[in-house]
Design a protein. Sequence first.
Length: 235
Amino acid sequence: MKYRRILLKLSGESLMGDKQFGIDNQRLSVYAEQIKEIHDLGAEVAIVIGGGNIFRGVQAEEGGMDRTHGDYMGMLATMINSMALQAALESAGLQTRLQSAIEMKEISEPYVRRRAVRHLEKGRVVIFGAGTGNPYFTTDSAASLRAIEINADVILKGTRVDGIYTADPEKDPTATKFDVITFEDAYSRGLKVMDMTAFTLCMENDLPIIVFDMDSPGNLKRLMDGEQVGTIVRN
Ligand code: GTP
């Protein structure tokens, strides 16, 4: 295992699979199997998942809703995905703990850093729900913050693309993929890795990010085995 403790960031939208909305159980169980695979090899796994398949705060604002209100609704959406993922991971035979940044004590533990670390040490997969608990922050920021707090070795950002390109590969056929890029270089080239809050948190705390295609089964394990998968962003 190249990395011992990881924070896996999953996109809510990916959970839709081929559906237009909501959660595709098939996709969920494929994710769970892949996570189990690396867990069985000894990785400590923490997860943050987005909520875009259910609700997006930014779009709510476009529709005239207060941004803060929309962001809180988005945080609740991440809790729905977190609970779905928790169930899928448990079906796959893993032990899990869900911690929420907003207190919901009937369905989740509150976020307690020391406790999260202890769960990881005991081999439980820890899911962090409800983002950072604050509006104006994305789940990428939540992933960065939690990763730093628990001293993760790396953030693995699972997406539908297989890394970071010089330009949008769907629009520009000459676009090429980076295997490695520094934070500084990614910033000066204006490449979108994560939102700036998340990006800066990682850069300033020397936490590498690997952007990779989570929807190709096997990628997660290959990456953990130290193979070249996706793009690594580091100092
Ligand atoms: P250890 O102390 O390491 O044994 O961890 P543990 O998580 O097993 O301890 P605990 O006995 O506190 O938790 C047992 C179960 O209750 C776990 O599934 C927790 O996720 C759950 N749990 C703990 N605290 C809360 C809470 O505040 N709300 C809810 N809904 N569940 C909780």
